[in-house]
Design a protein around this ligand. Structure first.
Ligand code: IMP
Ligand code: MG
Length: 175
């Protein structure tokens, strides 16, 4: 499969992705059943994951969006830009950050700063994918779907220069 100039190969199928989402959903349903959480979806990559988590959450909840960007091509630029900020109030809320993937952790560091300024009551992080070998942060990731080695992946919301987000399974860069 080709996106722009690069070739990708099948890596994680729909079944594995669904199982990982179910695992996270079950934990969230249990931990937040009396809390009316605010799901904070980090655009663009987490839109598909966020939609599934919302659909599978069994009690009251709401959703907000923030748009952050750090990736250029297939690697992190190290700098996180806030493209669409948070307007609505989050003070006193129990927030669950929904991320597509945690890589270097720069995005989480930025979010941590943003949320502390907003005086949230609590926040936790759910990420569909994590690259443990790359993550340099100290912020704990509370709900992890699938851990992967340091590979560049696309699909299920994740892109290579804007392409590949529509794929329902995950592909990795062919070496
Ligand atoms: P971090 O700030 O380095 O942790 O990177 C977080 C963001 O970079 C993620 O939310 C993704 O949008 C993007 N990203 C990181 N790794 C990948 C990848 O393998 N494929 C596509 N996007 C990625
Ligand atoms: Mg992202």
């Amino acid at each position: 499969m080709k996106l722009h100039d690069l070739v990708f190969e099948p890596y994680i199928n729909e079944d594995e992705i669904n199982k990982a989402i179910d695992k996270i959903s079950n934990l969230l349903n249990n931990d937040y059943k009396n809390e009316t959480p605010v799901f904070l979806s980090v655009l663009n990559g987490s839109f598909m994951f966020s939609s599934e988590i919302m659909k599978k959450f069994n009690s009251d909840c709401s959703i907000q969006f923030v748009k952050l960007s750090s990736y250029e091509g297939t690697s992190s630029s190290g700098e996180v830009q806030e493209l669409i900020g948070l307007n609505e109030t989050l003070a006193g809320k129990n927030v669950v950050i929904l991320e597509d993937i945690v890589d270097t952790g720069n995005t989480l560091k930025k979010l941590d700063r943003i949320l502390k300024e907003k005086n949230v009551k609590s926040y936790k992080i759910a990420s569909l994918f994590l690259k443990p070998a790359v993550y340099k942060g100290t912020i704990p990731i509370d709900y992890i779907g699938i851990e992967i080695p340091d590979e560049f992946i696309v699909g299920y919301g994740l892109d290579y220069d804007d392409l590949g987000r529509n794929l329902t399974s995950v592909y990795r860069l062919k070496s």
